[in-house]
Ligand binder design. Structure first.
Ligand code: PHE
Length: 464
């Protein structure tokens, strides 16, 4: 196991893990889930999930990784539970699926950056012809996967950590400037109101499971990304404060993304907020129009900055997604890192072709499946998201909690967390994590997983 590399400092790890967490999920997914889920009511449910369910799972993932210094498959084996490595394989599968479609959306973001530079503001209205242009989007997606693979091939401290240290601060600077600008627009207040004043009658069961899937996805949990990153963390680092900082950064940036987006939407709709729930395209259809209204010079600057921001955020996430299968191939099959990176990247790119074709280019992939009880067909990319984000990630979180509490055993978990955090054992936080991992997470995640699958794929709603 010589020379796996590792993060050079605690800050380096936090930046990289926050970079993994902050991504399209925050800037693209979160605002549109909020829009579709009726605004602030969704935000409340989301926050509860992040801190009560997700934070303990995150701490557990990092602890498993650091204890074993291995990829998710190897980690379960190393802890003496060979059968549990199936959870690792599931995570690997999930990560591959997520990266396969994520890279396509990242390709859109990067493509929009170029289009904004060229002053093509009409792209917002032409979103669907853009996404169905396989050559163009395929080209951008290729560049994106190439950049991801390049960073991962440079290793942990020289590639992943270095990239995060440059990209994360830039990203925060850009998003804060854009949010400040959004507040100066007409009707900004109506947008903020829609975003922040909850209407609890809007909380239906789909809102709840979307919030859960979104929380897991946004925090990069349930598939072993943080087991993998945890495997590069030093024994003296404090896992609890690291995890808390990662969660706060992620939630904070998603929150700010909403503060930026909804004033934009309000401005464009003259305060009616019509179409705020229009779905996945929100960021791609709405924003170019806003940028256009700034005039050609300012529009090009702000517009291209925004999509550059989106591309950077996506890049630190695709890097972590690629690192999971790469770590597996390096640890378990003793393949050289650089070779493993390119092999896995090409494979995942190919697996992403159906997602590339599922936004208008091919009828087959664009109306791939009709769920039981559904009125219309679901495209392949959305299907992949429903399977991976909304179902497999919470299932992964459920299994990881059960594993840590009952197979690996709680005292071992607590022992590992106490390394680098002497006062942890016996503290209130330790008690909370203990209860969360043994009861709250398994009970809620298990129940929601079953209800989600029944409702999403089979049209059977037991509650809501
Ligand atoms: N958290 C990332 C985002 O919000 C996506 C991601 C999911 C990354 C799972 C790694 C693992 O965009």
């Amino acid at each position: 196991m010589a020379n796996r590399g590792g993060f050079s400092s605690k800050l380096g790890f936090i930046m990289a893990a926050a970079g993994s967490a902050v991504g399209l999920g925050n800037l693209w997914g979160f605002p549109f889930e909020v829009g579709a889920g009726g605004g602030a009511a969704f935000v409340v449910v989301y926050l509860i999930f992040c801190f009560i369910l997700c934070l303990p799972v995150m701490i557990t993932e990092i602890a498993i990784g650091r204890k074993t210094q291995l990829n998710p498959v190897g980690a379960f084996k190393a802890l003496g539970h060979k059968n549990w490595s199936i959870v690792g394989y599931m995570g690997l599968f999930c990560g591959v699926i997520i990266l396969s479609f994520y890279n396509v959306v990242a390709g859109w973001a990067f493509g929009y950056f170029i289009e904004m530079l060229l002053g093509n503001f009409e792209i917002g209205q032409n979103f669907s012809s853009f996404t169905s242009n396989v050559i163009k989007v395929g080209g951008y997606a290729t560049i994106f996967m190439f950049s991801t693979a390049f960073i991962v091939s440079k290793g942990i401290s020289g590639g992943i950590e270095k990239a995060a240290k440059i990209l994360m601060p830039t990203l925060i600077l850009i998003i804060l400037s854009l949010t400040a600008y959004a507040f100066t627009l007409d009707h900004a207040f109506e947008g903020v109101k829609f975003y922040l004043v909850p209407d609890f009658s809007k909380i239906t069961f789909p809102v709840i499971y979307n919030a859960l899937g979104q929380a897991f996805f946004s925090l990069s949990l349930g598939m072993g990304a943080l087991i993998t990153y945890g495997s590069y963390v030093g024994k003296n680092d404090n896992i609890v404060t690291s995890a808390a900082l990662i969660t706060l950064t992620d939630v904070g940036i998603a929150f700010i993304a909403g503060l930026m987006m909804f004033p934009f939407v309000a401005y464009l709709t003259n305060g009616t907020m019509e179409g705020a729930g229009q779905g996945a395209g929100l960021i791609f259809t709405v924003l170019p129009g806003v940028f256009q209204s700034l005039g050609s010079t300012l529009g090009v600057i702000i517009g291209s900055l925004f999509f550059l921001l989106l591309s950077f955020a996506a890049l630190t996430s695709t890097v972590s997604l690629l690192e999971v299968p790469v770590a597996y191939v390096v640890d378990e099959h003793k393949v050289r890192r650089s070779k493993a990176v390119w092999m896995v990247a090409i494979l995942i790119f190919i697996i992403g072709v159906p997602s590339l074709l599922s936004n208008g280019a091919s009828d087959f992939w664009s109306s791939f499946i009709t769920y039981f009880g559904a009125e219309s067909a679901t495209d392949f990319m959305s299907f992949a998201q429903h399977v991976a984000n909304d179902s497999l990630l919470p299932l992964g979180g459920f299994l990881i909690s059960i594993f840590a509490a009952y197979a690996w055993k709680k005292h071992n978990l607590i022992e590992e967390i106490t390394q680098g955090n002497d006062s942890f054992k016996g503290s209130v936080i330790a008690k909370f994590i203990d209860i969360a991992i043994s009861f709250i997470c398994p009970a809620i995640l298990g129940t929601l997983f079953v209800l989600t699958v029944l409702s999403r794929f089979f049209g059977i709603t037991l509650i809501g």
